[in-house]
Design a protein around this ligand. Structure first.
Ligand SMILES: Nc1nc2c(ncn2[C@@H]2O[C@H](COP(=O)(O)OP(=O)(O)OP(=O)(O)O)[C@@H](O)[C@H]2O)c(=O)[nH]1
Ligand SMILES: [Mg+2]
Length: 465
């Protein structure tokens, strides 16, 4: 949908969020930016030309009626040193949505077109100022759930991932070039290209670095999107009470009636800066009502998708079938067993507990009194920051799902080419796989792309970006 706009157009939009603020900015980009600005702007001092990247004080007026609308600061930024690489004008107005909308309307009347969401960034991409990973990072910057997520996004805007992908491509091209020389001079093949050495090079310079980047995927997901933490347990175990306790507010309804929670309730908390997306679910019990059946199916779905499960057991009641099911299922996924209602006398013997929960991590809590909740927070942190998530390492780039899939594809092609090199297959076949890997890498940066993909990425933007 963005694609049919031609860059001959001059586009404009309000670039600051709707609402109360000190100032509001209108951005114009395209060949007619300056011409339009001149029509609507009356400088305070008499100026002949707008110097690039300087601020000028003056008024915006409607050329049709001559009415002055606002006192503004205006800047003209000459191509190509701008966000879009086109001529850009920015008008800093006194805020207020009505005023901004009026100024924008005047600008549109002078021949600019209203920009589509993400169109400024889209132009920056089409004009090769940024690659696709940098455009994606602009969205990440807005949506990130944590401080570290912001850091990763800003590294990516600076071109961290772009540089790494470019280096990989250069290495691959180098190897490809030497293979092609060997193809062209078949008699000297051995001298040009020992097979094992080619395979070593592919493994060391391409496959290994790709695997390193891929390892940062989990990290990125956690910091950017938050750890999906599902609270599960049989009815009345105290799941909603736990959610409220962790949130410090009455978010979910708590009653002594089993089956109170029918729907899924989600909220975000932070544990030492770690974003946790808590998901309260309908309790487990033998399905009776239809509605409850749906609730429980949803619980299973949320459990399957979660990064972490908090499995709540009411230790003031004897264990039943549902508890046993829950415990056995919790072994399949990163989980903490919470023995809740520790303020009440226990109905499960220590021996039985030891047997049932062997090898599982257990925390005793009372969602009612708050006892053990600090231990629980610590246990969650330790579990998430465990070495296998490799979160402590401070990698500066981290791929998103799209990059991950393309990197895996590239990695697979490189692996095949290395294997084929070792097994003495024809050089043409080795070259073919390297070419396919190169294509996968080019998808990441957007050198090879489809309209669908661009639509998908740029449709996540807000207006004025
Ligand atoms: N004594 C005691 N009561 C608790 C504790 N946690 C929850 N309860 C009580 O147990 C009952 C059920 O609590 P909920 O938080 O609604 O339980 P739930 O697991 O969300 O229940 P469903 O949504 O029906 O599956 C309520 O009466 C709570 O007050 C606890 O630690 N100690
Ligand atoms: Mg509940």
């Amino acid at each position: 949908m963005i694609q049919n706009g031609s860059s001959e157009d001059t586009i404009a939009a309000i670039a600051t969020p709707v609402g109360q603020a000190g100032i509001g900015i209108i951005r114009i980009s395209g060949p007619r930016s300056l011409e339009i600005a001149r029509k609507v702007f009356c400088p305070k001092k008499d100026i002949q030309t707008f110097e690039s990247h300087r601020l000028y004080l003056g008024h915006v007026k409607d050329p049709a009626s001559g009415r002055v609308l606002d006192e503004v600061l205006i800047s003209f930024m000459k191509a190509p040193h701008t966000y879009t690489r086109e001529d850009v004008v920015e008008i800093n107005c006194h805020s207020g949505y009505l005023l901004l909308a009026k100024v924008l309307e005047i600008i549109l009347n002078q021949g600019a077109r209203l920009a589509k969401p993400g169109e400024f960034t889209y132009r920056a991409f089409m004009n090769n100022r940024i690659d696709l990973t940098q455009a994606e990072a602009v969205v990440d910057l807005i949506n990130s759930h944590s401080e570290r997520g912001l850091q990763l996004a800003s590294e990516q805007i600076k071109g961290g991932l772009r540089t790494q992908i470019r280096e990989l491509r250069e290495k691959a091209l180098e190897i490809l070039a030497s293979i092609e020389v060997a193809i062209d001079f078949p008699d000297e093949e051995v001298e040009f290209l020992p097979r094992d050495k080619t395979a070593d090079k592919i493994e060391g310079e391409l496959i290994e670095p790709i695997e390193k980047i891929l390892a940062a995927y989990v990290q990125r997901k956690i910091w950017m999107e938050g750890i999906r933490t599902v609270i599960v347990g049989r009815v009345n175990a105290g799941k909603s009470s736990l959610l409220n306790r962790l949130l410090n507010e009455e978010r979910a309804i708590v009653t002594p009636i089993p089956g109170t929670t029918r729907d899924v309730i989600e909220s975000t908390i932070y544990i030492e800066g770690l974003p946790l997306r808590l998901i309260d679910t309908a309790g487990f019990r033998k399905v009776k009502g239809r509605l409850e059946g749906i609730g429980i199916r949803l619980t299973h779905k949320k459990w399957a998708e979660a990064d972490l499960a908090l499995v709540v057991i009411d230790q003031s009641r004897p264990v039943n079938r549902d508890d046993l099911d829950l415990i056995s299922k919790s072994r399949e996924k990163k989980s903490l067993i919470l023995l809740n209602k520790s303020d009440l006398p226990g109905k499960i013997s220590e021996e039985r507990l030891d047997g049932l929960l062997e090898g599982l991590q257990v925390v005793r809590i009372s969602a009612l009194t708050g006892e053990g909740i600090d231990d629980l927070r610590r246990a969650i942190r330790d579990l998430i920051l465990s070495p296998d998530t490799d979160i402590a390492t401070s990698l500066s780039v981290a791929p998103n799902l799209r990059h991950k899939q393309a990197l895996q594809k590239a990695g697979q092609f490189f692996k095949t080419s290395a294997q084929n090199a070792r097994n003495g297959l024809p050089l043409e076949i080795i070259a073919m796989d390297i070419n396919s890997a190169l294509e996968a890498l080019a998808e990441i940066t957007g050198e090879i792309t489809t309209d669908d993909l661009l639509d998908k990425i740029f449709s996540q933007f807000c207006l004025g970006k």
